[in-house]
Design a protein around this ligand. Sequence first.
Ligand SMILES: *Cc1c(COP(=O)(O)O)cnc(C)c1O
Length: 416
Amino acid sequence: MAQQQTLHFETLLIHGGLEPGPSGATTVPIVQSSSFAHETAEDLEDIFRGRKAGQIYTRLNNPTTESLERRLALLEGGVAAIATASGMAAISTAVLTILRSGDEILSSSSLFGGTYSLFRDTLTNYGITSRFVDPIDLAAFEQAITDTTCLIFVETIGNPKMDVPDIAALSAIAGKAGIPLMVDATVTSPYLAKGRDLGADIVIHSTSKFINGTGSVIGGAIIDNGTFDWSSPRFPHFEGYAKKYRQFAFSARLRKLMHKDFGACPAPMNSFLLTEGIETLGLRMERHCSNALELACFLNGHPKVSWVNYPGLETSPFHDIAARQFSHRFGGALTFGLANQAEAFRLINALKLARNLANIGDAKTLVIHPASTICVDYSPEQRALLGVSDEMVRVSVGLEHHQDIIRDFNQALASL
Ligand SMILES: *Cc1c(COP(=O)(O)O)cnc(C)c1O
């Protein structure tokens, strides 16, 4: 493992964390077992007490899942990674490891719908409140910190708003206040930037998206960068963990409490599929990004398209910050506007190649009308906060030939 840290990202995607399988197998074995037997009662006691490493029960860990976790930790440069059953499970488990009743989240107002619902509704029922502030307005963000703020949460590129906050600046604000910064990097994946390099203390991925890459698995991951000092008086519940586990304090508390107690573990088969899928992440992200830029440029020049929101366009207000943070790559998702909702529906219905569904990061090009689907339960004001308008279509640009993608949108626009 120590040697692996010197390998390049593309090599780690394929070899990172992989241990030789039985009989010379080149893929990670799928260990489809709920529990693991040990020779003696003393052995099992030692494992339970943490005196010895070993498997106990797949809700707690599993060799197939551990292989994926080792790879994710290496790719992000973190001290530990925990794979979960979904991206929402990753966010819930990570957030509940940090916050207690009476604590507050300072969150970006530009959020994935499920995260917004978790923060705004579900957690509020348990006494954890959230303030939503535009992450582009750094002064407002800093001013919104209170004595009870225990977490700052942002997305690398807001989904679906497609805004790009200055994560290093937010990290500086969080660091000054002694509050951990959690970054949902689903839309960029570790290929566009390591959360750690941007200043994130904890990184979240919905591995259902670009990390899987084929639309075949729901999964999530939490990466602990080991950068936050949990011995601060703001986190009295971390005191014992900070002393005993130091830079592993967060991941240790997460594994010992929330991950174990809520039980949102991945199935070994899904960990296997994710380990296979991630091998091609680098190649895929290059193509997602170049195809998205091609499509954005085409849509931008089309008379029936009223606006295009893609940080890769030089006219985007987020172009410079995205270029700096993500090494001149701008992701595989974009949004654009038509005249109104009826036209957006007609376009979606006229597309032949692009599939109309609620996902991003698939090899296939995907479209959705967010206002009537993923944000259907929100008021017009809440939709506006999330950057969702009635005439808006979101596209997750796939890996097809860019000319075929453009031809599909061109024929659909011509039918309006
Ligand atoms: C999809 C998504 C999630 C939720 O992940 P699931 O795997 O669907 O639970 C969280 N954040 C972002 C940015 C997403 O796109």
